[in-house]
Design a protein around this ligand. Sequence first.
Ligand SMILES: [Zn+2]
Length: 498
Amino acid sequence: MKFPVLLWLFGLVALLSVAMPAQSAELSGLRIWSAEDNTRLVFDLDASVHSNVFTLDNPSRLVVDLDDTHLKTNLSHAADGDSTVKAVRSGIRQGNDLRIVLDLARPVTPSDFTLPPSGDSGHRLVIDLKHTGGGRSSGAAKDKSSTAAKDGGGDPIEAMIQAQEKEARAKLAGSNPKDDPKVREAIEQETTPASRQLAKAHPKRDIIVVIDPGHGGKDPGATGPGRTREKDVVLQIGKRLKAKFDAAPGFKAYLTRSDDRFIPLRERTRIARRHHADFFVSIHADAVRSGSPRGTSVYALSQHGATSETARWLAQSENNADLIGGVDGDLSLDDKDEMLRGVLLDLSMTATVNDSLSAGSDVLGYVSRFNTLHRSKVEQAGFVVLKSPDIPSLLVETGFISNPTEERLLKTASHQEKLANAVYQGIRQHFLQSPPPTSLLAWQRDQARGGGADEYRVRSGDTLSVIALNNGVSLSALRKANNLDSDVVRVGQVLVIP
Ligand SMILES: [Zn+2]
């Protein structure tokens, strides 16, 4: 990375002064009280959370979306005995977001507010439901954001999730892996309610890491005092990194380039999307005018907040990258800054910031065992973003090629191995802690916890025989496993799948 880009980054942070999000929040409880004409819901959280609350009709439901929140409690009995809330379901959306759906006995008009910690209580999201009709689902309480729910006769929640995905896809430039039916299936598995997901055979898929050795071809990147070129050492480190992932069960790695070729920046992230990457890591080596700075630094960019400015910026940088891609001959320094800017913006667009930060600090932890850290924390710049499911991304500046000692080290196999191993260990560590639900790692974790995946939560419209069919077990086996003496099941009931 060039120094002007750093300045540019810091300038941007100052300019936008976007607050970086904290670690993801935990939902530890849901309390429900229903009176004759209203219902109060209290969601107990350990941090303040951005939420979106809306209703759906036919049948009446309340949907509560909590950004970047983990469910740390079982909600299946939260509505037991309540006269208005019949059942509570939950699902994971976009990897980190939590969706809670409450099945309601009557239409309601919601209003919500948050409360800060006080006394024994922590952060709370309070939703008051004004009952707007005595009957079941009589078309009141129209919601502005539920237009997609009117599409088709299927599950409106699913229709809405699909519409959101479609919208997110439309916002992403270029080809998109989510057009691939296999990927769609994976997305649906990760966005449908957890109970549905658990009922399917586990895909045990590999976690895909796309490794991007910076620069290449006509763009040499930085050059050291001993004429070592950035594009060469980062390719060697990238290849070593790929070998480590490919040797690890549950991981598969791809390189954006495996030889000395020029790849436009947009194409690099497109390659990641094409491979359906779970993680994208770009490998570089710094240069500054002075020969003294040394050490590794890690960058993560994020995309939280409003969007129009970023969208404009992205379009601009995309044009610039395309321009550079079409230029033969030498690149000016300004052009290179522009290129890096493009990579960083792409990273920002595709970042899931908490994942990136978590993985980035794991990487730094491993690097610190053998190398100086130029920055002891993962550097980050906040961007305004579109809310779409995407790829956590890091840019690792392995060292300063402008420092004669580090230049020498960067060329040695043993130092390259150590760097590759640190990046590998850091990213692996991150995925061991929070594996994607459909991955082999998630399956292994569930097995270690005692095979908790073999259960099914009854949804509206289910019958015992359909559940048996969908899970490939006989009706009698299902009855026996759950000690049922009739075939009547209720929404929210958890069944053991034998
Ligand atoms: Zn570079």
